[in-house]
Design a protein. Structure first.
Length: 88
């Protein structure tokens, strides 16, 4: 499929290093893994460790609409791309 509005891609997007990440995984035995697969994971990358830590706190917080006794269905892990972070 072609690009419908090629003029929107006229200039390249700057790729800044984003060495600090959060790996998100499903908990073992989560029923949602039947849809996504038991090995599903997603990594979100950030420019600074402070930004990553702030977003980790936001992602893993107990939301105001959570029921009593609800647990987050996801596991969060801090990761770092050392080859990018050492070049900063």
């Amino acid at each position: 499929m072609g690009i419908s509005n090629a003029h929107n891609l006229a200039r390249a997007i700057a790729q800044l290093p984003r060495p600090f990440g959060i790996r998100v995984r499903l908990r073992p035995g989560d029923p949602f893994s039947k849809l996504l697969g038991a090995d599903w994971q997603r990594t979100h990358w950030y420019f600074t460790a402070a930004e990553r830590d702030r977003m980790l706190e936001e992602m893993s917080r107990k939301h105001e609409y959570s029921r009593i006794g609800d647990r987050p269905a996801l596991e969060f892990e801090k990761v770092e791309n050392l080859s990018e972070s050492r070049s900063l």
